[in-house]
Design a protein around this ligand. Structure first.
Ligand code: FAD
Length: 456
């Protein structure tokens, strides 16, 4: 009955996956409409608005403050005034606005139409956009669609978010005053990143993790330097510990770290759930697993004319995975034979020290060699005042390719891309060490560890 607008390629969600898909589709000559719950303000999604970018802004400021204090020994003197969280928010919001505006400009230049409202499928090629309030629903028909609706913080039934006392990561990044004490529930990367930053800015911080190890899933060798630093910073880390209850200004814990810890605010960071529950997927003939993830083929196709990318698909929930999948999905929907087959997807934790991991150390333990080189042996690392951490590299024997690199230390996030390129190009350790690296740099450690592999 209702009149439906006819769309060539519909992108659902304006995060890193969605906006990249829209730009790529426009570049391939498609006519593109992008719908986001928050309209133009939603461009950039979680990553740009309440994830990658704001968290790194907070971490940068906290790190500078703590490094300044640590380098008093090198002659840096001066009073560091109390941290002004209000000024931080204004600075951070300006960065986010600039980036969101940039994305909006690119989409406009590419001729992408942007709709505001929550999208729901009504059929295999039909859907509705609901902006709420008195705005009438907008009915759509589309030829192809990309689902890029991302994810939302997972809730703990015992700790229901109220935005004041019990916060999620989005609330933390919007704080206008520094809490005196913070209990972070969840010792994954988001909990560790936010907890470390708040501690460096002056809050008393406890991190509570149910599993036996902090940063579950990461090798203990890379986690150990982070645990040591957290303890040096005075962060109370309690692993093997669960939440028994919450009181006014305390979190009550059970298990290995049982007791009560101060908590002016509680931050729940126990993972994220894909936004697939309210999408009307059954009406489009798409099934969703209990984990909320969509099953895709190597080309990211779900059903012949619909693809899915980013946090709604399996694999690491990271922005650079979403953008890489976007290019594949849109090419596939436009009739190209493509597959998402990266040799490796790097992962970074902006902990202190940073952790950056790419590839695999243990493809074949019996044949693979791996060596480790500490940054303490690097002249440049010593001049930064923080020569913590190491580079480990693994390669196949007899001059075979590099298979994995782990970097722990300052700027690991920036250093890892050389290793990613090496693995993607099937470079051998000799390719890496015979490449001339500028001196003195932290990156020399990558060449040096490759050279060490020669004699291992
Ligand atoms: P999202 O970014 O989640 O975007 C989805 C968009 O879809 C949203 O704008 C939403 O409004 C919209 N939407 C949802 N449902 C509907 C609907 N029904 N109709 C219309 N629109 C809808 N990743 C990194 O790679 N590096 C980092 O350093 C990093 N740090 C992070 C720090 C924090 C605190 C958090 C929370 C995440 C971080 N991430 C990081 C993860 C990263 O943010 C996500 O992997 C990334 O945003 C996923 O992109 P996406 O396109 O899949 O979805």
């Amino acid at each position: 009955g209702e009149i439906a607008e006819s769309i060539d390629l519909l992108v659902i969600g304006g995060g890193p996956g969605g906006y990249t898909a829209a730009l790529e589709a426009a570049a391939l000559g498609r006519t593109v409409t992008l719908v986001d719950r928050d309209g133009p303000a939603g461009l950039g999604g979680v990553c740009l608005r309440v994830g990658c970018i704001p968290s790194k802004a907070l971490i940068e400021v906290a790190e500078l403050r703590s490094r300044y204090a640590a380098l008093a020994v090198a002659g840096l003197r001066g009073v560091v005034e109390p941290f002004d969280m209000g000024a931080f928010q204004a600075w951070k919001d300006a960065i986010v606005a600039r980036l969101t505006g940039g994305v909006a400009g690119l989409l406009k230049a590419a001729g992408v139409t942007i709709l505001t409202g929550g999208f729901r499928f009504l059929g295999a090629r039909r859907g509705v956009v609901d902006a709420g309030g008195t705005t009438p629903p907008q009915f759509l028909e589309f030829t192809d669609a990309v689902i890029a609706t991302g994810s939302t913080p997972r809730a703990l039934p015992r700790l229901v978010r109220d935005g004041v006392h019990i916060l999620d990561s989005t609330d933390v990044l919007g704080l206008t005053a520094l809490p005196s004490s913070v209990a972070v529930v969840g010792g994954g990367y988001i909990g560790v990143e936010l907890g470390t930053a708040l501690r460096k800015l002056g809050s008393a911080v406890t991190i509570v993790e149910a599993q036996e190890s902090l940063l579950p899933g990461l090798p203990s060798e890379v986690v150990t330097p982070v645990r040591k630093r957290l303890s040096a910073l005075g962060v109370d880390v309690r692993t093997g510990t669960s939440v028994a209850g919450v009181e006014q200004d305390e979190l009550v814990l059970a298990g290995a770290g049982a007791g009560a810890v101060p908590a002016e605010v509680v931050v729940v960071a126990i993972g994220r759930r894909p936004n697939t529950d309210d999408l009307g997927l059954a009406d489009a003939g798409i099934q969703v697993g209990a984990d909320g993830l969509l099953a895709v083929g190597p080309d990211r196709i779900v059903v012949p004319h619909i693809a899915a990318i980013g946090d709604v698909t399996a694999g690491p929930a990271l922005a650079h995975k979403a953008t890489a999948e976007a290019r594949v999905a849109v090419a596939a929907l436009s009739g190209r034979r493509v597959a998402f087959e990266p040799a490796t997807i790097p992962m970074v934790v902006y902990s202190d020290p940073e952790i950056a991991i790419t590839g695999a150390m243990g493809i074949d333990q019996s044949r693979q060699a791996s060596v480790r080189r500490p940054f303490a042996a690097s002249g440049r690392a010593l001049t930064t005042g923080d020569p913590t951490g190491f580079v480990r590299m693994a390669a196949m024997p007899d001059g075979g390719p590099v298979t994995g690199v782990h970097i722990v230390g300052p700027h690991a996030s920036e250093l890892i891309s050389e290793a990613v390129l090496a693995i993607e190009m099937a470079a051998s350790p000799e390719d890496v060490w015979s490449t001339i690296h500028p001196h003195p740099t932290l990156a020399e450690a990558i060449a040096d560890v490759a050279l060490d592999l020669r004699s291992s």
